[in-house]
Write a protein that binds this ligand. Structure first.
Ligand code: NDP
Length: 589
């Protein structure tokens, strides 16, 4: 048990509260700008040329909206369920989702590749590195597309704009921004949560006269080099990077190494733990036998959600932190009091802050780089190179927290308070809109039976069965954490979601049913279960420093995901599939 005196506890609580309060902005989520309209060039695809094509007007068995891992996993399961004509649709130029768009220097996945990269066994691949570089992951996404024959009818650089159910033919009419209007028996929406790059609404942003881009559209024509670095175009350039989230943590070491001068504009420091990347362990290679990936995925999910596992197969900073927070204290996580959890959290964050002091030589800079909030208030990050970058003479940390961020931009650069920093290039590592794609964004209109819009169905609250489907919207499924599950390794959640959708569709095909949809009673029952099992994440997030995890300081008072956690949720789904609950779904000819 970590020991803290009452005075230490009180002063840590006060410090966290003060640091949070000075970052809260009255404009909350309204402080950002979308990369549309006059800022549309920030979102343009720099990787694949858009090719004109004739509109598509055919008929397919299933359409999957989104070619990231959620869509690919579902495509694979629908293929296994026996569907022939599958159409994948994505706004990107190829498969990969976030790994298609994000190709910045230093990009890696900070979750071990053996549990993050899906369908390794099916594709016959073993990752080369413990934490895979982005390009290896992107190529794996393409390999899944090839392995399950998902390129066949795929439409890239295409956005689905409308889905309309035709009850006579029991099909959806799918309309896109390329003039397509085709029919599909099933539709699955997997359009991702963090997809649209966002910009800070900094006054004067449009006046900046130098070069500028967002990290998710890296401009290698300007910087030179590639994802492994070597940014030779920057050796005579003064560069600004705005933001210090998980993306910036990976980019900054490369910019620091190659730019003439780098200014890092920070508002809230990230927690930066050790990385220790290395080639995939021999022990992992030896363990490759049927079921090996599933075993590692399940083990990781158990350990990071505070469950009991005899052995920690992944044994990295994610799992060590989760284990630390368990072993500091007696019993299982579920038995911990809020105060015990808080003490374990203080101990974890003290360790992270001590690491800053150990690495950063200038004590004033070190102080600015220390995160003062609870571990899961912001996305934890991992790097062995980020903190040492601030020991370089050509790197300046500009802390903007006292000003709520950057004050303004000018034709020559960036102003914070009264100080202007003249730069040649501004790189925005400012993250993504949350949930702007898919149904909830309002960019995709969905009309179910009788022409009812899905927002009408949700007029008095979100109604689904398990988050996947709605009454009156037959043969339509969506992936995502709402009314479903969430986890650090979200690909694991997507994996289970794809299995469930594949099972539902497979069952419909076996029964010869042309329509499947939940009953209204099943939706009511699920809403009641969500309420009865709701966790207390609202209370936790309300105390956190602002960011996209808590809607910039104003967490939404809704039961986002199943309270008892992902493992319990997956067990619930498995039991549902085997105990006859299929009757919660209408199967109609
Ligand atoms: P984030 O939203 O996490 O970070 C945005 C950054 O921009 C924050 O540091 C934010 O500060 C800063 N910012 C915003 N507005 C301003 C402003 N006006 N002035 C100064 N700074 C500003 O985006 P990322 O792209 O870093 O990460 C997004 C998500 O992508 C991660 O949380 C993670 O889920 C995922 N990711 C995963 C990786 C992996 O390895 N698995 C790697 C990279 C990303 P503040 O915190 O104060 O708001």
């Amino acid at each position: 048990m970590p020991t803290f005196t009452p005075h230490e506890i009180a002063s840590l609580r006060a410090k966290y509260r003060a640091e949070r309060d000075r970052r809260i902005r009255p404009d909350g989520g309204g402080q950002y700008r979308q990369t549309t309209g006059e800022f549309g060039y920030y979102a343009k695809d720099p990787y694949t040329e858009r090719v004109e094509r004739a509109p598509v007007t055919d008929r397919v068995d299933a359409t999957v909206v989104g070619g990231g891992f959620g869509g690919l996993l579902t495509g694979a399961r629908l293929r296994q369920a026996g569907l022939q004509d599958l159409r994948m649709v994505d706004e990107a130029g190829d498969f990969g989702g976030t790994w298609y768009w994000n190709r910045y220097p230093g990009i890696h996945c900070d979750i071990e590749a053996t549990v993050y990269m899906p369908l390794l066994e099916e594709v016959g691949y073993v990752p080369k590195w413990r934490y895979a570089p982005g390009e290896e992951i992107r190529r794996h996404a393409m390999a899944i597309g090839k392995r399950f024959d998902l390129y066949q009818h795929a439409l890239f650089h295409t956005r689905v704009t409308e889905l309309r159910w035709d009850d006579d033919t029991a099909e959806w009419t799918v309309t896109t921004d390329r003039g397509d209007e085709f029919r599909s028996r099933y539709v699955v929406l997997s359009s991702g949560l963090l997809t649209q790059a966002k910009l800070p609404g900094i006054p004067g942003i449009e006046e900046f006269g130098g070069h500028t881009f967002h990290t998710s559209r890296w401009d290698y024509a300007y910087t030179g080099g590639d994802q492994s670095g070597g940014l030779t175009g920057l050796t005579d350039k003064k560069v600004a990077v705005v933001g210090t989230g998980a993306t910036a943590i990976q980019v900054v070491p490369h910019l620091g190494r190659d730019a003439e001068h780098l200014y890092v504009f920070q508002r809230t420091p990230s927690s930066v733990d050790a990385r220790d990347n290395r080639p995939t362990d021999a022990a992992v290679l030896d363990s490759v036998r049927p079921g090996w990936q599933r075993e590692r995925m399940d083990n990781f999910l158990t350990v990071v959600t505070g469950g009991h596992a005899d052995v920690d197969l992944i044994d990295d900073r994610w799992t060590a932190t989760a284990r630390l927070q368990r072993t500091f204290l007696s019993g299982t996580r579920a038995e911990l009091t809020e105060e015990e959890l808080e003490l374990a959290d203080f101990a974890t964050m003290n360790g992270i802050r001590a690491r800053v002091d150990a690495v950063v030589t200038d004590p004033a800079v070190a102080e600015l780089l220390k995160p003062w909030y609870r571990y899961m208030c912001k996305r934890p990050t991992f790097s062995d190179e980020y903190l040492p970058t601030f020991n370089r003479a050509n790197v300046t940390l500009v802390d903007t927290s006292g000003h709520g961020g950057i004050t303004r931009m000018t034709p020559a650069g960036i102003v914070v308070g009264d100080d202007e920093y003249e730069v040649d290039c501004v790189i925005f590592a400012t993250g993504f809109e949350v949930g702007i794609s898919g149904i909830l964004s309002g960019n995709l209109q969905v009309y179910g039976r009788g022409g009812k819009h899905i927002f009408e169905h949700w007029a008095s609250g979100f109604r689904t069965l398990h988050g996947f489907s709605c009454h009156g919207f037959p043969n339509l499924f969506q992936l995502g954490p709402v009314h479903n599950a969430n986890a650090v390794n979200f690909v694991h959640i997507l994996h289970e979601q794809a299995i469930h959708i594949g099972a539902l569709v497979g069952e419909a095909e076996n029964r010869g049913a042309r329509r499947i949809e939940p009953t209204l009673a099943a939706e009511d029952a699920w809403a009641a279960t969500m309420d009865a099992t709701a966790g207390d994440s609202f209370a936790f997030l309300s105390e956190c420093t602002p960011g996209y995890y808590n809607n910039e300081g104003s967490p939404l008072p809704m039961n986002f995901s199943f309270g008892p956690g992902p493992i319990a949720f997956h067990e619930l789904l498995r039991a549902w599939r085997t105990d006859g609950s299929w009757e919660q779904v209408l199967w109609n000819d």
